[in-house]
Write a new protein. Structure first.
Length: 394
């Protein structure tokens, strides 16, 4: 099993663990990596956009070649929290060990997931153009569809397992692919960090950010048909954090929410039209309980919680309408509030000192930074998804 190796790597003093941050603007932590890893500059889509600053980030990547890229703060593209589209292949063959074995493509099942789990915040009394602050997607692994493709022994294709995440280790995609299954799973993850569903409705922090619509376009471009089929494929969609985060304060939020849902399910219909029949929808988690929003005060927290509840209720209603209108469709709604609140309400049970503890090691606190949950929470999300679909796709 790869995960325990990642979590238990011993490091010398002033050395960063595998996949931990080792550099970037305003970075004051360790700048050298443990034996076996190299401090590598990530491209703009991985570099973290923290609140009130952009940190062009370096990460300790096992076996990587040291990057010579320069950190040009005046020319580098802003970091985006774009929609992410992930195609995860599940091979139907039980494995007796943690080493995944190649199998016939005839036995392959696919889990195609589209994520837009953006970390964005606009204060209601500020200029949206100047004060938008965003972080990377909860789902991002840094996959480039034009590079090495997923295969047995290399389930993410590129970059290598675990990918470039904002957890200090696996995110929930990694756990589903590598931990909570008894088969080989291959992930095609188009996540790049920072989008809204429809940029014309809720603007992202930069015009270069790809929307959910753009991401579905990308999916259709690269994998519009086989080897996946209607019967062996699950489409999972996690979207909405950025829509809520960038629109919760609007006086016409309810109207905008309806328009967002129209765009959302126009894209779901596109997936159905190209053959998608099995759909997993993930709700927006309780981001009002993140250290970021706790710092904004209880009034902001309450407003965001209300906006999230409205979003999730609208999602459930639209899913039911979609299922009724599309013959042969199977739908599941996964309430991500459950795993998040499980951890938030019981932090010490998961090794965290409290519900607001932050640590970039990803395993000793609930939060990797003030808006990104750690591996602890991602693991719970993956457990819940696998349990919901046990005997069907897991």
């Amino acid at each position: 099993m790869i995960l325990p190796l990642l979590l238990c790597v011993a490091t010398a003093a002033a050395q960063q663990v595998a996949y931990g941050q080792c550099g970037g603007l305003s970075w004051t932590g360790a700048t050298t990596c443990a034996v076996g890893s190299t401090c590598v500059y990530q491209n703009a889509y991985y570099s973290s956009v923290f609140l009130y600053r952009i940190a062009l980030q370096r990460q300790c990547v096992p076996g990587a070649v040291s990057s010579t890229s320069s950190l040009k703060t005046t020319t580098s593209a802003p970091i985006t929290s774009k929609t992410s589209t992930t195609l995860t292949t599940k091979v139907s063959s039980t494995l007796a060990s943690t080493t995944k074995s190649p199998v016939s493509t005839a036995a392959v099942e696919y889990f195609i997931t589209l994520y837009v789990i953006l970390q964005s915040f606009i204060h209601p009394n500020s200029n949206p153009t100047n004060s938008k602050v965003s972080g990377d997607s909860y789902s991002q692994t840094g996959f480039d569809p034009t590079l090495t493709q997923p295969a047995a022994g290399n389930p993410l294709g590129n970059p290598n397992l675990q990918g470039y995440t904002t957890t200090g280790g696996f995110n929930w995609i990694g756990y589903l692919v590598e931990t909570y299954n008894n088969t080989l799973m291959l992930s095609y993850n188009f996540a790049s960090g920072g989008a809204t569903t429809n940029a014309s409705l809720v603007a992202p922090f930069a015009p270069t950010v790809l929307s959910f619509i753009d991401q579905v376009d990308q999916f259709v471009q690269y994998i519009p048909s086989g080897p996946w089929s209607s019967g062996n494929t699950l489409f999972g969609i996690w979207i909405g954090v950025n829509d809520v985060g960038n629109a919760w304060y609007l006086s016409n939020y309810t109207t905008v929410l309806g328009q967002i849902m129209d765009s959302y399910f126009t894209e779901i219909q596109r997936l159905y039209n190209v053959g998608g029949r099995n759909f997993l929808f993930l709700t927006v988690p309780p981001t009002q309980d993140s250290p970021l929003f706790i710092a904004e005060g209880t009034a902001v927290q309450a407003s965001i919680a209300t906006a999230i509840s409205q979003y999730n209720a609208a999602l459930v209603s639209r899913v039911a309408a979609f299922k009724a209108a599309n013959a042969g469709s199977n739908t599941w709604v996964y309430d991500t509030q459950v795993p998040f609140l499980n951890a938030i309400n019981n932090p010490t049970a998961y090794g965290s000192a409290d519900a607001t503890c932050i640590n970039a090691d990803g395993v000793s606190c609930l939060w990797w930074n003030d808006y990104h949950p750690s591996q602890i929470v991602h693991k719970l999300v993956a457990q819940g998804a696998a349990s919901l679909l046990k005997g069907i796709f897991w």
